[in-house]
Ligand binder design. Sequence first.
Ligand code: HGA
Length: 609
Amino acid sequence: MCGIVGAVAQRNITPILLEGLRRLEYRGYDSAGIAVLDRGRVGLRRAVGKVAQLEAKLAVDPLNGQLGIAHTRWATHGGVTEANAHPHVSGDRVAVIHNGIIENYEPLKAELQAKGYVFKSETDTEVIAHLVHDNLKQGVGLAEAVREAVRRFTGAYAIVVFDAQAPDRFVVARIASPLVIGLGFGENFVASDVSALLPVTQRFIYMEEGDIAEITREAVYIFGADGHKRERKVHDIAQRPEAAEKGQYRHFMLKEIFEQPEALVATLGGRIANHHVLPESLGPRAAELLGRARNIHIVACGTSYHAGLVAKYWIEELARLPCSVELASEYRYRTVNVPADTLFVTLSQSGETADTLAALRYARHAGYVALLTICNSAQSSMVRESDLVMLTHAGPEIGVASTKAFTTQLLAVLIVAAMLGRYNGLSKEQEAEVVRQLYSAAGTVEKALEMDPAIQKLAELFVEKHHTLFLGRGPMFPVALEGALKLKEISYIHAEGYAAGELKHGPLALIDEDMPVVVVAPNNDLLDKLKSNIQVVRARGGQLFVMADVATGLTDEPGTTVIPMPHADTYIAPIVYTVPLQLLAYHVAVLKGTDVDQPRNLAKSVTVE
Ligand code: HGA
């Protein structure tokens, strides 16, 4: 959340900063701003709304300079106003952008106000600008002023600061929120993630926890919180800048839905040989660590949590190991009892999700056998801090509503379940059957994508609705939860996912002729139970839309519309049935005219807790 870009160069950096913001806009988009050192003065432009609003301002009132910072905001402290947009400036001298929360900003603010600083915003961020300014007045250099300031902060932050009186440098610091330094020739950059800087460089240094860096055109000096110099590896990233562009698609979300077959194939790569999963593909010690696991704790947030819930069904079935699944924001603040030989598993698209990262760090000292992260970002904090890693190779996901990251996570957890099964009595034949199904996932998803025109038509029936229920049983229950989440995220229709058997314990009271009920009904051993649940809804006049395998024998009846699904094998059904639910949410949102890729109030890469 919040996109950060900074640059120091010999050319005008305004266009570089703006392009960086456009590429980071998915991280936050309620307001945007830029500060450039223009002829020795801090030039500041900020605008409520998208980066395009900021660009419009710059078109009439341009900025030109070789040192600057820019930010796209997802507000935590203070409303969405121009005054609260970043950068924040102190004494016409210090300019700051920030991702995260300074938890102790109130006492710091009172202290700075007592010294005569006047606050122009309601943000926590503004204390950074004034505190650095106050430190600079003591005569120290910028790096020292920032180090002294961050020593006083509690909370999470990535910050970038420049001082008009040190026109050749900026200083950056991070705790918990991600920052990456981009290395150019005679110019250097910083950003929240590499995608912002791909047009200008492919060489990056990932800042580590507590790092502070001083960056000039010619050099990057990195220090730990103790002030000692640190060496950090330079990574060459092969990613092409166009990977994060929409191409022929109207929205990133639609593009990403249609990229799922290739993302699934890529995620499977290197995981299987001779009909067997390869535990060693999770890391050199994987065989030993997975083999020791007697319990599994899965911790995640949002869509990734739903993938974790599906994983529980598979792990308990294929590996016969007890498995619990918990929301990271709950796990991190409670007393957790860790049975002997428990494997800790996190799932996160970005690998920077603040709550999940904090849970991982908590787990590090909680006595687990090992920490395994399933993640879509190879260089993320969570990947770097885990013992075992399974990368999903979904490629960049820009749409805020997660699609291909979820289905590749499902594939990944099925592979992990089979790996755990390997050490817990899963027969060779059963493993080979799971492998066969894994191979069939991409092709079946391709068939499910052919439902797009039918789902587009179906979407018309949902546009005027205020509520929708999604039902599923077994591993399809979390799929129902995910279908409901997609619909609320991007179409703003209130939606709930329920285990179909739970309906009679309360939610049935909601059923009337205005309540659409979407059911996911693969042809599995819970089908007869599900059919009974469907009848219970029918009997109360509910509007049923049943996504069903033809082999289920379910057909249209008054009040019941059956949407035929391609046949999906048992284990990959959750992956396949997710697809029409994604398409439904997408088309309802398009018909409603919402901002599909950047839905209101949300942002991607949730780096605040
Ligand atoms: N707390 C700051 C920055 C918010 C943020 O990082 N969001 O992702 C603010 O509210 O401006």
